[in-house]
Design a protein around this ligand. Structure first.
Ligand code: HEM
Length: 483
């Protein structure tokens, strides 16, 4: 009897639940399901995610190509959740303008990043972003070139000791980006480059991996399940290392970003101490791995295409008159080919390959499709960057000159958006490009980057997603000392 009653209650609840969401199901049904035959009753596609981060990257790629073939959109579902993956730039533009709330899964990142701008709910984000924006104006960021230059020289010195042999570049480049962010944002020298296994970087890598697994493996979502697993202790240990680190660098220094933030947030609407601490952590996390991935992918591409590398080198020789001097602000404007190479690297291997947003109310897209309220949307930057409709039949080719002014005529602004678009786009765009360019000016003047040359114009690499897109091999290359 009790069993029968329970059954009736569950059935009634399910019918009511589905009835309330009938509009959502109706609108979602109009959009093709990705690999429909592999969806199972109730759990949908979720079982396919009992895999590693390399396989998740393959699903992200494959679903993006499927969306491209289906006029820029595809859907998948699991349990009561429906997600759309969108690659069409015109649709993306509207989504990123109107759906500002981050997807629910970002709550797992908030467990260690708290309410810092990048993953905060809109109610908190709006005010914080307003305070942060002036601190990233080109005028302020230009003053950081000296720091980038000094830290890049340090990077080159670290690499000299490892020249002539194959190196996993990740620890070197991520400690460069961490040193640069801490010195520019907080005015604090943390000297991670003297210690490539800096506990903060090890902990950040590990926690991003744990959190990302939790995001794509729905059975890890309930806190009580996660807390029973050994990963929980690892997560808490990493969180402690990260918070201890930010506390040590959270020092007020004149002339730093933080100084500026404290100054402009000093009014009654300014940051509280807790908010300041969260923003410092946000800047470190948002600015370290992203730029390091971009440097890593560009290094790999240069090793695969020596003729491109030679052109970058010749440009550097011209700009620096073949003299070993530190980079100055004006040099950056001259390094036009290097910039094209970095942009093409960001196009093919965007460090943030997808963005997840919540759909709070029905939205009609320019393509005519409607995304229903109560669903989630995954904006595939990867897909937008490789759509032949926008990039031509050679969309997969590595061709830096597609960014030449005379050739670069984007059919839609969102067909190239490594730094996202709309009101929640990346505020570190100028900062990142300056820091990345400066690091290459130091590396490439001293070393030839050697790897396995790629015969095809289509670069192949084993990839994984750990929140960010990364190379599985940790960006292995050999650096040969130039005379
Ligand atoms: C190559 C390097 C970088 C890439 C590819 C990148 C990419 C991105 C992307 C895709 C977003 C998400 C935007 C969205 O949800 O629509 C983002 C947000 C953000 N980025 Fe970056 N980023 C980079 C470097 C940096 C740096 C160096 C900083 C700061 C030092 C930074 C600070 C931020 C912040 C604060 C946000 C949150 C913006 C908001 O929600 O209002 N990023 N970035």
């Amino acid at each position: 009897m009790i069993l029968l009653l329970s059954f009736i209650i569950v059935l009634a609840w399910t019918v009511l639940f589905r009835y309330r969401r009938r509009n959502m199901y109706k609108l979602a049904a109009a959009i093709k399901t990705y690999r429909e035959r592999e969806h199972l009753p109730i759990i949908g596609f979720t079982h396919k995610f009992s895999c590693n981060t390399e396989d998740v990257e393959k699903i992200m790629e494959d679903a993006s190509y499927a969306a491209i073939e289906n006029n820029g959109i595809i859907k998948g579902w699991g349990f009561h959740m429906v997600y759309f993956l969108v690659t069409d730039p015109a649709d993306i533009e509207v989504i990123l303008k109107t759906c500002l709330e981050k997807d629910k899964v970002y709550r797992f990142l908030r467990k260690f990043i708290k309410n810092g701008t990048i993953f905060a709910p809109v109610s908190i984000w709006r005010r914080r972003r307003k305070i942060l924006i002036p601190a990233f104006s080109p005028k302020i960021v230009e003053n950081f070139v000296e720091v980038f230059s000094e830290q890049s020289e340090k990077l080159a010195q670290e690499l000299i000791q490892n020249a002539g042999k194959e190196n996993i570049m990740w620890p070197f480049i991520s400690s460069y980006t961490l040193d640069a962010v801490c010195e520019t944002a907080m005015g604090v020298k943390v000297n991670a480059q003297g210690n490539p296994n800096t506990p903060f970087l090890v902990a950040l890598n590990h926690v991003l991996n744990l959190v990302f697994k939790r995001i794509y493996q729905v059975w890890l979502w309930p806190d009580w399940v996660f807390q029973l697993l050994p990963q929980f202790k690892e997560h808490e240990d990493c969180k402690k290392i990260i918070h201890d680190f930010t506390d040590t660098v959270n020092v007020y220094e004149k002339g730093s970003f933080l100084d500026f933030l404290i100054h402009i947030s000093g009014g009654e609407n300014g940051y509280t101490n807790v908010e300041l601490r969260e923003e410092v952590l946000t800047l470190i996390v948002a600015g370290t791995d992203t730029s390091a991935c971009a440097i890593g992918f560009t290094l790999k591409l240069l090793s695969k295409y020596p003729e491109v590398q030679e052109k970058v080198y010749q440009e550097l020789v011209e700009v620096f008159d073949d003299v070993e001097r530190p980079l100055r602000k004006d040099d950056l404007l001259e390094l036009k080919y290097l910039e094209r190479v970095i942009k093409e690297s960001l196009r093919l291997f965007p460090p943030g390959p997808v963005i997840g947003r919540n759909i709070l109310e029905d939205i009609k897209l320019p393509s005519g499709r409607i995304l229903p309220a109560g669903t989630g949307v995954v904006v595939s930057i990867w897909g937008a960057h490789r759509d032949p409709k926008y990039w031509g039949p050679d969309a997969e080719h590595f061709d830096p000159d597609r960014f030449l002014p005379e050739r670069f005529h984007l059919k839609h602004p969102c067909s190239f958006m490594p730094f996202s678009s709309g009101p929640r786009n990346c505020i570190g765009y100028h900062y990142a490009l300056m820091s990345i360019k400066t690091s290459f000016a130091s590396i490439l003047r001293r070393f030839k980057v050697v790897g396995e040359p790629e015969k095809s114009p289509i670069p192949k690499m084993r990839l994984k997603v750990d929140i960010m897109l990364k190379a599985v091999d940790g960006y292995k290359v050999t650096l040969e000392r130039r005379k």
